[in-house]
Design a protein around this ligand. Sequence first.
Ligand code: AVJ
Length: 325
Amino acid sequence: MKIDRGTAERMEDADERSAMAREVREGLERAPKELPPKFFYDHRGSELFERITRLPEYYPTRAERRILVEQIPSVIAELRPRTLVELGAGSGEKTRLILDAMRHTGTLESYVPIDVSAEFLEQSARRLRTDYPGLRVEPVVGDFLGDDPLPTPRYRPAIVAFLGSTIGNLSTEQSVRLLTHVRESLAPFDRFLLGVDLRKDVRVLERAYNDSAGVTAEFNRNMLRVIDRELGADFDPDAFEHRAFYDEQHQRIEMHLVARGDQEVRIPGVGEFVIADGESIRTEISRKYDRRSVERLLDAAGMGMERWMTDTKGWFAVVTAVRAP
Ligand code: AVJ
């Protein structure tokens, strides 16, 4: 994890490109093939995701927003946090709900967004500095799934937020590792704020990842565009079909890109790969939780759940957790 230097472009380092090359090679050599969802999010990918959050079928963002609007003021009034650390900062709409509540209690001092997209991060940091005069906005560009510790908040108590059910993208081992880093960054009066998508009717879940406007399909294919640009690969994104379905056994949505016809791909310095007609590359898992599975996850990372907050339909949950004694 490194401090943002205010650059507009990702991937200026040979280091970052070779890390990407290694991950792409590992993913494409695996059977079945897979690529990590963080490669969705270049500037265009972040914009496509923003569009997804406004789709009628994609309920999680709205449900989470409702929970925050209704319940965050009382959470903040109780904790009186001075710092908000946010993993995967995104566009900042939910951030503002939390910052507003902190401003209201008069405790707001610093905001530390952590994200893989430097460009997006810098843009939203600029806007926040304008809209919250006096707020210290200290963005950190980083892959918080890596093995680095999280930044230590300078002003405590702090809230460490991981919203949007992004945790659902991680394997169990990855999520326990990340949450362990979160727990290590917490002092006794700090809190972890986690958003998780809940199990529900499969039709509702599958519709959310197969929107009628085809935005999710474009978002999915964008990963190949990112790899083409960053690594000089020659994927033809339009030769891949979007597929998303719910896996009951693993309680997760899986998103795939399915080859239409045999696809031969050359990636300089990485290798040559054949994706056979009908073969797929898994680009994302999105786990769905219930109260017990969240408790278990927090427990495995040395945290205890405090508040369990859901929307009226029980489709999404925002929880607070504390470092176990
Ligand atoms: C941002 C990871 C929460 O899993 O629902 C949306 C990403 N993928 N539509 C999710 C996503 C397809 C999203 N997260």
